[in-house]
Every structure is written in structure tokens, then in C-alpha cells.
Unconditional design. Structure first.
Length: 324
């Protein structure tokens, strides 16, 4: 009996979400009086792998294969399922990132396990049952799902659980499971990543803007505010549809769902489709000159004012604060 956690990395470096999910797995393991084994796939330095022990993993299974250098959903799911069988894991924890959303249901199907995706809190353990609080209806509500099957898969939303350091070090073992040939019929040859800014799924702060900016030529002040905060930039669907910003920055029900600690919405009215993708944010700040904008109804803080006057002053104040 144990807990297995899949740790996602980018070019050999673990993301913050990986440390969150290991910390989460460790907390579940403590409730179950058991241990955590991590599984990592691809080229990762042994020191990076051993450092997962600092977040609660007692052992790391490292799968290194030329066939798995790039992420392949089917093959990675088979490896994680094989690791779960190898360690006799009762619970498998995966981060609910873009790739995790595809992995979790595949792993659950392979293990004949119960699945709860979009977890936002540490589950309650009641005998052989896990009661998991998760997002529902595209983030517009929460549900408590009871997992009663012998095996369980939980996908944790990024930024939903704090990183906890334990000061330990993990034992690293090579793991070479059999990979079905059918899993490798589609292989990603190369991935081009934007490396000059914070990525949306991992961002703790997101600065987002909408049609209230009037045109792409005015986005400089949004990027300046984001730079001052160390934030990622985002936009509403009409903005990306108009070509003002790339579709990779579109957040909402049909775009990227985010759950940062702080979400700043500038010149966005707050259509239900947009709210569905950002409602998991811990704190929402809205800047809009329309006092009746729907976004104000869900905002923690709101400023009724012209973005072209408010945003530069806010940026200047943040820079002055950081300078002191």
C-alpha cells in the first residue's frame, strides 16, 4: 500500500506544479500512514530526482528511454500505470496541467481506478474512501466526489496546494517497464516553447485584458504591469479572435483555465465563458470603467475607472513599492 505521484518536468527541470503535487501526495500518504513514490519520465539529472525527497517522496522511479524523450500521452500513461502496479499503489496523484488532463483518465482506465480531476483541497480519508473536493461545471461550482474503488487517481489543480519542504532526500531507482508498441505510433519529434515569460498554467499572478484596451497597440501597459508583478499575461476570447494577442494567451472556458493566487482583469466585462476559466483564482481584481460590468459581482476587489489612467498609476506604485 502506497501513494504514487507523477512528476512533470520541462527539459529536465521540474515545474513548481511538480513540487506541489509531491507535497500533496505526501500529505495524502500521511493521512493513510504510508509512503510516497515518485515516477519521472525522460532526461532528468539524478540530483534533481533526489531533491524530490525534500518535498516528501521517499523513492523515485526514473524511466529513461529515447522513445520517451518527448511527451507521448499513451506511452506515458502506460508507464505511470506500470509504476503503480510495480509499487502496489492505492492512490496515484497527477498534476491537472495541460498534459495531466490527458494522462489522468488514461491512467485511471488502465488501472480500473476511480478518478477525481480538478482537486482543490487535501481529501478526507474515510477508511477505503477518499472524499475529494474538486471543481465542477467548468469551474463555476465545487463538488465533493467520493472515490470508493480499490485504486484511485487524483489530479490536483496547479496552485491549489502549497509547496511543503520536508528536508529529506529520495532514493533513485531505474525503472524499465514494457511499453506497448501501439503506444508509440504517434511520436512528437520537437516542441518549441516560449521561454521568455511566465507560462499561464504555472503563473501565480496573471494580468489579463480585454476589448477595453481598444487595440493591440495599447498592450504595452499590460506587459509593463505584468513585468512589475512577475506575472503572466492573458486575454479574453474576443481579443485573441481579433488577432490582438496570440491564442495561447486566451483564458476562459474555451481557452486555458487558470487558478493563480492573483488574477487582474482589465477592461474585461466578465462573460460567463470567461469567468468559467478564471473562477478558481484565489483573489480577483477587476479594473473597468463600467460599474455594471458582471465581473464586479465575483471580484474580491474592484476599481471603477479608465484603464488608461488606472493601470499606469498602479504600475508606478508597484515599482515604487518594490524599489523601497
Amino acid at each position: 500500500m502506497s501513494v504514487l505521484v507523477y512528476t512533470e518536468h520541462t527539459e529536465g527541470k521540474f515545474k513548481k506544479s511538480a513540487y506541489e503535487v509531491v507535497s500533496y501526495a505526501k500529505a495524502i500518504a500521511d493521512l493513510m500512514s504510508t509512503t510516497v513514490t515518485a515516477v519521472s519520465i525522460g532526461n532528468v539529472d539524478s540530483a534533481e530526482l533526489a531533491a524530490l525527497g525534500n518535498y516528501g517522496a521517499s523513492r523515485v522511479l526514473h524511466v529513461s528511454s529515447e522513445q520517451l524523450t518527448q511527451f507521448v500521452n499513451q506511452a506515458y500513461a502506460s508507464v505511470i500505470a506500470a509504476a503503480a502496479e510495480h509499487t502496489q499503489a492505492d492512490v496515484v496523484v497527477i498534476s491537472n496541467t495541460f498534459s495531466g488532463k490527458g494522462l489522468a483518465p488514461r491512467v485511471a482506465a488502465k488501472l480500473d481506478a476511480a478518478l477525481a480531476d480538478g482537486a482543490v483541497e487535501l481529501p478526507e480519508v474515510d477508511g477505503n474512501t477518499l472524499k475529494v473536493k474538486k471543481t465542477a461545471f467548468s469551474g463555476k461550482a465545487f463538488a465533493v466526489t467520493e472515490l470508493t474503488a480499490p485504486k484511485k487517481v487524483v489530479a490536483l489543480n496547479p496552485n491549489a496546494f502549497e509547496v511543503r519542504e520536508t528536508g529529506g532526500s529520495a532514493e533513485v531507482d531505474a525503472f524499465t517497464p514494457d511499453i506497448p508498441t501501439d503506444d508509440l505510433q504517434v511520436v512528437i519529434q520537437d516542441i518549441v516553447r516560449a521561454t521568455d515569460k511566465v507560462t499561464l498554467p504555472d503563473a501565480e499572478i496573471v494580468v489579463s485584458a480585454g476589448r477595453g484596451l481598444k487595440g493591440p497597440e495599447n498592450w504595452g501597459m499590460i506587459e509593463e504591469l505584468a513585468d512589475a508583478l512577475g506575472a503572466a499575461t492573458a486575454c479574453s476570447k474576443p481579443v485573441s479572435d481579433a488577432g490582438w494577442r496570440p491564442h495561447s494567451e486566451h483564458v476562459g472556458q474555451t481557452g486555458i483555465a487558470v487558478s493563480p493566487n492573483l488574477y487582474i482583469a482589465i477592461g474585461i466585462s466578465g462573460a460567463i465563458q470567461h469567468l468559467a476559466g478564471v473562477s478558481a483564482s484565489k483573489t480577483i481584481v477587476v479594473i473597468n470603467k463600467d460599474p455594471d460590468a458582471p465581473f464586479f459581482k465575483v471580484a474580491d476587489y474592484g476599481i471603477v475607472g479608465d484603464a488608461f489612467e488606472v493601470v499606469p498609476k498602479l504600475t508606478a506604485a508597484i515599482k515604487a513599492y518594490k524599489g523601497n
